[in-house]
Design a protein around this ligand. Sequence first.
Ligand code: UD1
Ligand code: CA
Length: 452
Amino acid sequence: MSLDIVILAAGQGTRMRSALPKVLHPIAGKSMLGHVIDTARQLSPRKIHVVIGHGAELVRERLAADDIHFVLQAEQLGTGHAVAQALPALEADKVLILYGDVPLTRVETLARLLEQANDAQLGLLTVNLADPTGYGRIIRDAAGQVQAIVEHKDASDAQRAIREGNTGILAVPGKRLGDWLGRLSNSNAQGEYYLTDVIAMAVADGLVVATETAQDELEVLGANDRIQLAQLERHYQQRAARSLMAQGVTLLDPARFDLRGEVKVGRDVLIDVNVILEGQVVIEDGVQIGPNCVIKNSTLRRGAIVKANSHLEGAELGEGADCGPFARLRPGAKLGAKAHVGNFVELKNAVLGEGAKAGHLSYLGDAEIGARTNIGAGTITCNYDGANKFRTVLGEDVFIGSNSSLVAPLTLGDGATTGAGSTVTQDVPAKTLAVGRAKQRNIEGWKRPTKK
Ligand code: UD1
Ligand code: CA
């Protein structure tokens, strides 16, 4: 059975009060529509058709991909009209309708729904609501068979008392869809072509409407304003936190943890409060992350420790290595096993060998630093002349005195030393001391100036 998926994403989203189209507003760092597309992909459809209208150009630009077919709905005349715009491109046996502003539907729920749809049957996802205001209501006959959906604005008081709401998510036999959509009318309270009217037509044609119920309301919630967006964000983060705890991670406060991407975790990982993980992150067994850290596209090997308030991007910490508090590791920062980077140290494109240390207040860029080498406080690599970048290579067991300026390109051999306060502009051979500073003079009997 082949599958086409249609995602409705043409609506304006006035209540967002935003220049950004509603479906591009992010949940966990990814647009709502991006989440829906990712979920759709997991169902291996023939094609994903995204119906766009408001902000069409921007949506197209942000989400263009080989498997996405954009369909323009120039005027928003209703959900039925929206699906109709995609009709000429629909070829599959089954068509699944999703919504660009309903980002947290589980793929398992959709897979169950799809099993319900065949030539004689529709699959309709419904939800039982404490307050169904605004939702279309599911109308069943005495035998419990679905007969129709009535929109809130068109419903009688008795119908409004029904708590079973339409999620809008629907799986239909592709062959019949064109006929039904062609027969829709807009004579209703909103003057719109309702997709929901397809249900009564299907029943009249002798098809059965089989329902699936969403596991929880959150699966089918849309975001119409920034308050709902924030609620979805929290729900998403709670799900992410629970999943990590189930995998063996201790979160000191699951309510103060944010995942904006994907993370692979080992066991006995400890994450303190206010940690943000972004992009692709790998955290091996026994890693500890202190409070207020941002870790993006990074790998933390077994037993590594990230202390409070550190910011890592594109970095790797080797086994048992540690950084922080207040460390800044930028792309290409790589710490070997048991290497140590302390407070107010910035690394960019810099590799520290096993057991190497930069304890305090340093900038190390475009540098290769050998095993056990010690970088004194205040050391910087002068790697940039305003136009070009140059490398600094330090051998093993090098000792860089505090407040040294290492002017690249520069190579120091194994066991070399620099005196504190040196500006080092020439290579230093192995086991050699370099002193690059003015010699101190003591002036005896010198008088301090006094006020007139
Ligand atoms: C719709 C359902 C309602 C259901 C509710 C669930 C219909 C007629 N009603 O109502 O039964 O309970 O969703 O949230 O389907 N859209 C377009 N083009 C259009 C109109 C809508 O792309 O011309 C998109 C919107 O961007 C939105 C989605 O379709 O993502 C739903 O449209 P909306 O107007 O919000 O439907 P509801 O009135 O909430
Ligand atoms: Ca509407």
